[in-house]
Design a binder for this molecule. Sequence first.
Ligand code: QUE
Length: 337
Amino acid sequence: MSEESVVATREGRIGRLLLNRPKALNALDLGMIRALATALAGWRDDRAVEAVVIDSASDRAFCAGGDIRAIRTHALAREYDAVETFFAEEYALNGAIAAYPKPYIALVDGICMGGGIGVSVHGRVRVATEHAVFAMPETAIAMFPDIGATYVLPRLSDMLGMFLGLTGTRMIGADAVHAGLATHFVPRADLPALRTALTERGEAAVAGAALAGNALPPFSLAPHLPAIARCFGAPSLPEILERLAAEDSDWARETLATLRSMSPSALCWSFAVIRRGAGLSLPEALAAELRITRHVTRHPDFAEGVRAMVVDKDRQPRWMPPTVEAVDPAAIAAMLD
Ligand code: QUE
């Protein structure tokens, strides 16, 4: 097995990007982002490469996110140039994937969160297996749904994007297809054959594998879609919380408790940027996200959230201010200019 954390190879008709940092669940560090960008640029005008396939060497994770631990270290050391470089290159990669002139095919079999969604969702084809788990969990670390999610989430139906982006709800593979984050459901057992078929037939292999697979399992969120649309369609964050409190269901009580555990400030800025993204192009949304990272990574909740969820893993963050009601709307508005 290669030691490289991204292995780029040409196999038959495809360029294959293999995420290979299994101990970190393929969390993207700057070197991996650069390796992905370089390989994509090299294959762009290579006539031997018909399509690009991004895949993982781990059976636990496609990609758990960005290297948020390193970002926190830079932020605490006030090395904001390093923070800026990371997000600027990550978001440029997300934009390059969306604009790629050849089919870009992600094989998602395992955890796919945050930055992992950023290197899959912008591609034309996103295959998910029954072991895929998709989420945008950034409000738990006082970030916000970035990597172009401020463009993608407001375009999902039934206010699902606002729900997913604020609560960080995890969706299994079939649910991700129903929600629109993935395009095809293929059982894990059929992935080896699909990988071979892709090298032989290119993008056309995907439809065959998805048809050969079992019927798409039902959407587990279907019973909650009316409540999601009612509550997460509210015109302000406090009103989302009020509507959830008025619902009188176990789902609403659990959802409210989840939101109450997230950074109150991050809920406020995430609500605002997801709403605003509805009216932006992807390049505009990515540029807006980069500007917001400059404020977010300087906010004390960010270092505290990454400490609690990723570094110490005590899952007991101490948010400041501690409630949504205590967040100053003017401070949030000032971050969004
Ligand atoms: C929320 C998040 C992230 C998270 C945990 C959360 C996130 C992220 C990681 C992560 C996972 C594994 C690693 C790593 C980072 O965890 O965005 O370096 O090895 O990247 O609760 O948003």
